[in-house]
Design a protein around this ligand. Structure first.
Ligand SMILES: [Zn+2]
Length: 436
């Protein structure tokens, strides 16, 4: 297919010189270098629209999509938030039917707001689950995302799991999802990636980090964790007399291939260590701000040379999976911790930054050879009237903006603001029915 008539195509948010207006051609699921031929099929007229790469949500907890605005989880300390969420999971019962319903809702919400790839850091498992039980859960999540045509990075997380059980489960899930031994933990079509990651040093001890690190080495997987939320630092100091990054370094988790979410309370010396170690970061202000954890010093992270992506985190803290809304929030609050971030910088975080942290240079850009994942944003309405820079306006103007069309791998999954790869009402009804 090809897109014609765009106001601007942002091929790489980092590099305005690559912006263009000429047709954008998708062939065999990739951005094609060169003109369209009749074989490329119908053109989609996107006059009055800005085209960007599909957004990459680098940090979500899709299970929490079923547990938003829960009483007892707002304006409370993390030590009260955790048991409130755990009680809700326990009452619902985590099983394949629940995660299929929450994943469908979360992925559909993401696609409708321009998120073509989502990293699901899945932390919660039923008590006493066997590796086979966890494979069934992972399979239900991967299948639900695939059915809707959204790309998924499934992260086998851990939160106080038995270390050996977590490792056995991660191994079994890798063998199942990556049957055939795909390189770097990504399936050949790029629709599914597998990664591992404990929730953080506040929840899991050295053995879990070591064992999951070993699985990552064995399978060539990326590693994800969370650090330096206030609670993380408090618990690390209380339990070990050390700061989280000291522990992660000792436990072999300050290395290339590791991405750390949150990083709110981080010193200049720690930022230098992260940069030196080749670690990447994920900013999640839509979680950090309402949880009262503060604002990560994104400009200082970027200036130190870190790759920084953007994530929403889960519905238990950020009740929306709308990454562009959080890009706007990231810009708005950045001035509180130094000089304000530019719109293009934050758009780059939500695309190339997230993708690079996942080890996915095929995502987050619309340069030739990249995956054909794109958002078409209609900027012809009154909310964009008077906007001087339509790319900056994507973030600054029209809060809650949604894309008119969304394309994943060259397939239209949202057309004229409607999900075409699934039935939105049926997804809502299925989750409501499962939650009773
Ligand atoms: Zn999180």
């Amino acid at each position: 297919m090809q897109l014609t008539g765009a106001t601007v195509v942002v091929a790489d948010p980092h590099d305005p010189t690559l912006d263009h207006t000429s047709p954008l051609v998708f062939r065999d699921g990739l951005v094609h270098d060169g003109p369209a031929t009749p074989d490329d099929g119908d053109a989609l007229d996107v006059s009055g629209c800005v085209v960007t790469p599909g957004l990459v949500n680098a940090h979500h907890h899709l299970l929490q999509t079923g547990f938003r605005t829960l009483p007892g989880t707002r304006g409370v300390a993390m030590r009260d938030w955790l048991p409130a969420m755990a009680a809700a999971y326990g009452a619902a019962g985590i099983d394949p039917s629940l995660v299929a319903a929450t994943t469908a809702a979360g992925v559909a919400e993401g696609l409708l707001s321009g998120v073509t790839t989502v990293a699901d850091h899945h932390l919660n498992w039923p008590a006493g689950a066997t590796p086979e039980d966890t494979v069934a859960i992972a399979d239900a999540i991967a299948s639900a995302a695939r059915a809707l045509g959204g790309r998924l990075v499934y992260v086998r997380g851990s939160a106080r799991d038995d270390p050996d059980a977590a490792a056995a489960s991660a191994h079994a899930i890798a063998a199942h999802l990556l049957a055939g031994g795909h390189r770097g933990g990504v399936t050949d079509d790029g629709m599914l990636q597998f990664a591992v990651g404990p929730a953080g040093v506040h929840s899991d001890a050295e053995a879990t980090f070591r064992l999951l690190g070993g699985i990552a080495r064995e399978w060539g997987l990326r590693r994800r964790t969370q650090a330096n939320e206030q609670v993380d630092t408090e618990i690390a100091l209380e339990r070990y007399g050390r700061r989280p990054l000291d522990l992660l370094e000792d436990w072999g988790w300050l290395e290339p291939g590791v991405t750390i979410a949150h990083l709110c309370d981080v010193t200049d010396a720690e930022i230098a260590r992260l940069a030196h170690a080749g670690v990447t970061a994920t900013h999640a202000p839509g979680c950090d701000v309402p949880m009262g954890w503060g604002v990560a010093p994104v400009r200082r992270l970027l200036e130190a040379g870190l790759t920084v992506g953007l994530g929403t985190s889960g519905g238990g803290s950020n009740d929306a999976g709308h990454l562009l809304a959080d890009a706007r929030l990231a810009m708005q609050v950045s001035g509180l911790v130094g000089q304000q971030l530019e719109a293009r910088t934050v758009l780059a975080m939500a695309t190339t930054g997230s993708a690079d942290g996942l080890g996915r240079p095929d995502l987050g850009r619309l340069t030739p050879g990249s995956r054909a994942d794109a958002c078409v944003w209609d900027v012809s309405g009154v909310a964009d009237a008077g906007v001087a820079d339509p790319v900056a306006g994507l973030l600054w103007a029209s809060p809650g903006r949604r894309p008119r069309h969304v394309i994943v791998g060259g397939e239209v999954v949202v057309r004229d603001y409607v999900l075409v790869s699934g039935d939105e009402r049926a997804i809502v009804a299925a989750l409501a029915a499962r939650l009773g």
